[in-house]
Write a protein that binds this ligand. Structure first.
Ligand SMILES: *Cc1c(COP(=O)(O)O)cnc(C)c1O
Length: 458
């Protein structure tokens, strides 16, 4: 008999989580103005809001924390992290920041000016936010396959080179300074970008004389998918694939709270000393001195260790197979999800669950609320609320996908939890025709409104 798959770790420390009643959840949701970000964590049974900073660190990471050097300048922890970045990612220069969006803030302070155009593959919300905040435009050049959720395609994160060419044809060359490729493509469903596509985009960028920046939160999951799906990479290690991916990049921004499995941290890495010098000025202003940049020494030590562990095949296999386990259950029950299942999350297609609710009533948010009411499970809307208003017309952007993302924290929940999640979704799905009304916005911020939006259930 073939042995089933099991995780390549055992559990050493646990934290209790609380169940609640439907009546309690109804009350809490009302108090939270129907925004799941407003819930207290103990009002949530299984928390799939994000896999960012919510993973369980290893014993080696905790041990490394005890050796953190908290010197303001020149700490050994900084050099540990510098070495890890050089050895694993291949970049000579790096700047620590407190998390991924801080890396964007610092780098874009150098690279993005008013009127600029930044093409890429489904820019992450904070990335788009930092571009639009500077009165520049993010243009999504993701391949069309990504928008057909039930179409099986191995690299739905890929950049469409024709769309890229069009952006360059339609805009003044001086307005485009770099292309940003997000690996994996979070917004399109945690979908990977192939090595072939990375190579082609890199060659294109070189031809046009612009930089290629990689938004790298889930770079290791991307490498796992290259290993398991792309011809010629089956026998390479994750570290070999990662090293090759970055030979094509000029710079990277990193949220370390994902694949580097720490609770807080980020960085920018780059080849150019000139870019380093320019970004350094902003880092000192916004984040901290260059040898800590918003992180404590112990955080940098845990991150250095996390980069090493996070690029081991066994770590990635345990994680991605758990996400697949949940996703496959939903597929079995014909619940519409982005396919194939992505690296960090299952994305439910709310347009297909609730075709009877008008799009203007935010289908994905409605589904996320229903799932919380059903079982105390907190997912997140990746749809029209997150898409924000168009910065010029101020109209809602209803054109995109309506997902509920169930992000699975690393090494945190068991497959029993996955079974509960799947059953809860099935229960909501089975009574989908009884749900015909969504939500309306009562109050919203001018940018990145999803974090603080207030909603009313119709
Ligand atoms: C999380 C994330 C960011 C932002 O990082 P934070 O650490 O949350 O600030 C940027 N890009 C991608 C693809 C991400 O997933």
């Amino acid at each position: 008999m073939e042995l089933p798959f099991a995780e390549s770790y055992r559990i050493k420390m646990v934290a209790p989580i609380k169940k609640s009643t439907r009546e309690q959840r109804e009350q809490w949701l009302k108090e939270a103005k129907n925004n799941l970000f407003n819930l207290k964590s103990d009002q949530v049974f299984i928390d799939l809001l994000t896999d960012s900073g919510t993973g369980a660190m290893s014993e080696q990471q905790w041990a490394a924390m005890m050796l953190g050097d908290e010197s303001y300048a020149g700490a050994s922890s900084y050099y540990n992290l510098k070495n890890a970045i050089k050895n694993i990612l291949g970049f000579e220069h790096f700047i620590p920041t407190h998390q991924g969006r801080a890396a964007e803030n610092v780098l874009f302070s150098v690279l993005v000016e008013e009127g600029d155009v930044v093409p890429g593959n489904s820019h992450f919300d904070t990335t788009k936010g930092h571009i639009e905040f500077r009165k520049a435009t993010a243009v999504d050049c993701t391949i069309d396959e990504a928008f057909h959720t039930e179409l099986e395609y191995p690299f739905k994160g890929n950049v469409d080179l024709n769309k890229l060419e069009k952006v360059f044809a339609e805009n003044d060359a001086s307005k485009i300074k770099f292309i940003i490729v997000t690996i994996t493509n979070n917004t399109s469903g945690g979908q990977p970008v192939s090595m072939q596509n990375i190579k082609e985009v890199s060659a294109f960028a070189k031809k046009k004389g612009v930089m290629l920046v990689m938004d790298s939160a889930r770079f290791a999951e991307n490498a796992y998918f290259i290993k398991t799906r792309e011809k010629g990479y089956e026998n390479k290690t994750i570290k070999e694939i990662v090293a090759e991916m970055y030979t094509y990049a000029d710079a990277m921004t990193m949220s370390s709270k994902k694949d580097a499995i720490v609770n807080m941290g980020g960085f920018i890495a780059m080849r150019s000393k000139d870019l380093f010098d320019k970004a350094a000025v902003f880092n000192i202003m916004f984040e901290g001195f260059l040898t800590y940049g918003g992180m404590s020494g112990r955080d940098m030590n845990a991150l250095a260790q996390g980069l090493d562990e996070g690029t081991e095949f066994e770590t990635l296999e345990s994680r991605i197979k758990q996400v697949e386990y949940l996703g496959n259950k939903l597929i079995e029950w014909s619940i519409p999800v982005q396919r194939p299942i992505g690296g960090h999350a299952v994305f439910i297609d709310a347009d297909k669950v609730f075709p009877n609710i008008p799009k203007t009533e935010f289908r994905a948010q409605t589904l996320a609320l229903e799932l919380y009411l059903e079982a105390g499970i907190r997912g997140v809307e990746i749809g029209a609320i997150l898409a924000d208003r168009d910065p010029v017309t101020r109209e809602n952007r209803f054109g995109g996908l309506e997902f509920v993302r169930l992000a699975i924290p690393r090494r945190t929940y068991t497959n029993n939890h996955m079974d509960v999640i799947a059953a809860a979704i099935k229960n909501v799905f089975d009574r989908r025709n009884e749900i015909t009304k969504g939500v309306k916005i009562v109050k919203e911020a001018p940018i990145m409104r999803h974090f603080t939006v207030e909603l009313e259930r119709l």
